[in-house]
Write a protein that binds this ligand. Structure first.
Ligand code: AMP
Length: 290
């Protein structure tokens, strides 16, 4: 596996594959790789000929400078793990390479897709930062397929939307959330949890499981499902920042779960902001395919 720093190096490195019509995969990451990221890389390896992993802690999507400064970084370790999982190229640009002096263009999505859930807490800048950097990475690598995790459900919905809206020639694949044995979703931020807070972090998967159980028992009212989920967090002493039942595609709030709903939760545990989500019910066929 080669590590590349510049856009020009990526273009040159991928030219032979493109000429030979070999399929190219992109797995965008912010590094501090864990088994959730590696599952995406392994899936890309299984489905495509050339696998590019990008590693870029995107300043534009962090509202809080302390969160950006505390974000774990270990490129050497990431390179070893990405190579073991089957990556051919690691694209690890500097911020100056992706945002050179004079950079002024942003990709902005509108509406509940970006205003709900994470947008309500992190502000419109967050998804503008995500959409802009993902568009840039897709343009740099020009992959046939890009892989994202269900862990960041809202991000996957926003990216599908921007790919459709901007006619980007890429297929978006979403892989299931990889979890610790006790249910906690893997996250690069988990390493910042001290032992007591790591135990309290189980509040998030417990909330999702409670909503799923209540749904399985026949409850369909979002308010009641949300109450069950919140009640499951109380023994852990964790208050959700938000806990919402939304339409899995529009992310608009649901009052009654007809076919399916996304239960999404965010909470700060021991100073670390965690998010998780779970689909309940059975979604119908996707209404819009990019
Ligand atoms: P990040 O480095 O946090 O930007 O994540 C890079 C990609 O890995 C995103 O598509 C995430 O949704 C995905 N990802 C992060 N955590 C997990 C997880 N626990 N399971 C599956 N995918 C994940």
């Amino acid at each position: 596996m080669r590590t590349l720093r510049t856009v020009a190096q990526v273009r040159t490195a991928l030219r032979p594959a493109r000429r030979a019509e070999r399929t190219i995969a992109l797995v965008p990451t912010m590094g501090a790789l864990h088994a959730g990221h590696l599952a995406l890389v392994e899936r890309a390896r299984a489905e495509c000929d050339e696998v590019v992993v990008s590693l870029f802690v995107n300043p534009a999507q962090f509202g809080d400078p302390d969160d950006l400064a505390a974000y774990p970084r270990d490129e050497d370790r990431d390179a070893v793990l990405a190579a073991e999982a089957g990556a051919d190229l690691l694209f690890a640009p500097s911020a100056e390479e992706l945002y050179p002096p004079g950079f002024v263009t942003q990709v902005t999505l509108g509406g509940p897709l970006v205003e709900a859930l994470e947008g309500s807490r992190r502000g419109p800048e967050h998804f503008r930062g995500v959409a802009t950097v993902v568009t840039k990475l897709l343009n740099v690598v020009q992959p046939d397929v890009a892989f994202f995790g269900q862990k960041d459900a809202q991000q996957t919905v926003a990216i599908r939307r921007l790919v459709a809206d901007l006619n980007l020639p890429v297929r978006i694949e979403v892989a299931p959330t990889v979890r610790e044995p006790d249910g906690l979703a893997l996250s690069s931020r988990n390493v910042r949890l001290v032992a007591a807070d790591r135990a309290r972090a189980r509040a998030l998967p417990a909330a999702l499981a409670a909503a799923a159980d209540a749904h399985a028992s026949g409850e369909r009212e979002a308010a009641a499902l949300g109450s069950s989920a919140r009640a499951a967090m109380t023994p852990f002493g964790v208050e959700p920042e938000y806990l919402a039942l939304v339409d899995p595609e529009s992310l608009a709030p649901v009052t009654t779960v007809e076919s399916a709903a996304l239960v999404a939760v965010a909470a700060i545990v021991g100073g670390v902001r965690l998010i998780d989500n779970q689909l309940i019910g059975t979604p119908g066929p996707r209404r819009r395919q990019p």
